[in-house]
Design a protein around this ligand. Structure first.
Ligand SMILES: [Zn+2]
Length: 361
C-alpha cells in the first residue's frame, strides 16, 4: 500500500475518504456539525471515529485540521492509518479516537484560521483574564498586515522584518509573527476574544470521548514549520516538566520544547494541549503537536499575509481569491507523493510509540 493515495485535494474529498475508511474498519462514528457550509454547500463537521472499549482506561487520540488547511496533511495520515489497519493493533483496555477536521471551516475554505479569522491554536486561553501581549507584533503590525500585495509593498514589508531580525534576532521575529495577538481582529494571528466554535466543540469531544480514561495521549498533526517532510513533536511545556520528560521517553529525539527554544515553534499561548490539560485535569495527559515542514518560512509568511489581506478585501468574492487560496494551500500542503510518504511513515511511528507509551508503567 502507498499512503499517498489517501491524501485529498479538497475538504469534501478528505472527509468522504476518512468516513469511508472508518466505516469499513468498523468504527463508532460521531459527527459534530458546524453551523456554516463549505464552498460547494457541503456539510462541515468535526468527525469522530472511535475504536476499542467505551470505558477504556487508556486512549490515544489523533487529530487533524486544528489549523484548517493543515488538515490536508493530518487527514491523509488518519485515513492511511485506518486503511492499513492501525486500529487492529490496539492493546487491551485501550481505545483509539480519531478527531477529523477540528477546524473544518478553515480546512474547507483553504484557510489556516477559522470562520472568525481566529487561529484556533491561540484560542484556548482564559478569556476573562488580560490577554497575553505581543509587543513585537505591535511594532511590526503594518509590515505584517500590508495594505496591498503589490511587489513594492511586499518588498517593504520584508525589509522591515529583516531590519527587525538584525536588531532582535530570528526568534524574536518568529515570536512576533506567530505567538498570536489579541488586539487586531482583522490581522494575521488573531487569537480571538471568546471561545470559538471549534474550541467549544473540542472541549465537548474531550469530555465525552476521553473523560472516563486515566491515561490519554494526543497527537495533533500540523504542517508548515521546519524542513520539508521532517517531523517534530512539539511540547508546549518546559523541557524539565514531567509532561515533556514523558514525551521524551516515548518519542525520543523528535520531541522539542517550544518553551526552551529548541523547537521550530515559538512559545505560544492557548494551544490544543492546554485544552487537553484543562478538560482532562487530574489525568495523565501526553499531548503534543506533530509538526511537518513544507516550504521555506518566507513563503509561508507571504502566503499568510496574502490570505489575511484577501479576507479583509472581499474574501471568497475577490477575483484573486482562488490564486491566493492555492498559494496558502501550497505553503501548508506539499502535493507530492514523496512528502506524503515521509509524513505518513513518521506519523505511524509516532502513533505506535504512543500506544507503547500508554502501556508502560
Ligand atoms: Zn499548525
Amino acid at each position: 500500500m502507498t499512503a499517498a493515495q489517501h491524501f485529498s485535494q479538497s475538504y469534501a474529498e478528505a472527509r468522504e475518504k476518512f468516513l469511508e475508511a472508518a466505516r469499513k474498519a468498523g468504527a463508532v462514528l460521531r459527527h459534530h456539525e458546524h453551523p456554516l457550509k463549505g464552498p460547494k454547500g457541503e456539510t462541515l463537521a468535526t468527525d469522530i471515529a472511535r475504536f476499542g472499549p467505551e470505558d477504556a482506561s487508556r486512549i490515544l487520540g489523533i487529530g487533524s485540521g486544528t489549523h484548517g488547511v493543515e488538515g490536508y496533511c493530518g487527514s491523509g495520515v488518519q485515513t492511511a492509518l485506518l486503511v492499513q489497519g492501525f486500529q487492529t493493533r490496539l492493546p487491551a483496555d485501550t481505545a483509539l479516537v480519531f478527531i477529523h477536521g477540528i477546524n473544518p471551516y478553515g480546512f474547507a475554505w483553504d484557510r489556516r484560521v477559522n470562520e472568525d479569522n481566529v487561529d484556533l491554536n491561540r484560542n484556548f486561553i482564559d478569556h476573562s483574564k488580560p490577554y497575553p501581549e505581543n509587543p513585537g507584533y505591535e511594532e511590526l503590525v503594518d509590515a505584517i498586515n500590508p495594505p496591498d500585495l503589490s511587489p513594492e509593498t511586499m518588498a517593504r514589508s520584508r525589509e522591515i522584518m529583516r531590519a527587525y531580525v538584525q536588531a532582535h534576532g530570528h526568534r524574536a521575529l518568529q515570536h512576533a509573527l506567530s505567538a498570536g495577538q489579541y488586539t487586531h481582529p482583522n490581522g494575521v494571528q488573531f487569537g480571538g476574544r471568546k471561545p470559538v466554535w471549534s474550541n467549544v466543540t473540542l472541549r465537548r469531544i474531550l469530555r465525552e470521548e476521553m473523560g472516563r480514561a486515566e491515561r490519554i495521549a494526543f497527537v495533533d498533526i500540523h504542517s508548515g514549520l521546519g524542513e520539508r517532510g521532517k517531523g517534530e513533536m512539539i511540547c508546549v511545556e518546559a523541557e524539565a516538566s514531567p509532561n515533556c520528560q514523558r514525551m521524551r521517553r516515548w518519542w525520543g529525539a523528535k520531541v522539542r520544547s517550544a518553551v526552551d527554544g529548541g523547537s521550530v515553534s515559538s512559545d505560544v499561548p492557548g494551544t490544543v494541549p492546554v485544552c487537553f490539560a484543562e478538560e482532562l485535569h487530574g489525568k495523565e495527559v501526553t499531548a503534543g503537536g506533530l509538526e511537518f515542514g513544507t516550504v521555506p518560512i518566507a513563503e509561508v509568511t507571504i502566503a499568510l499575509q496574502s490570505d489575511n489581506w484577501l479576507h479583509q478585501n472581499g474574501g471568497h468574492e475577490n477575483p484573486g481569491a482562488k490564486e491566493i487560496a492555492k498559494r496558502l494551500r501550497d505553503a501548508f500542503y506539499v502535493n507530492a507523493d514523496d512528502w506524503k510518504e515521509m509524513i505518513f511513515a513518521q506519523s505511524l511511528e509516532t502513533c505506535e510509540e504512543a500506544l507503547a507509551g500508554l502501556q508502560a508503567a
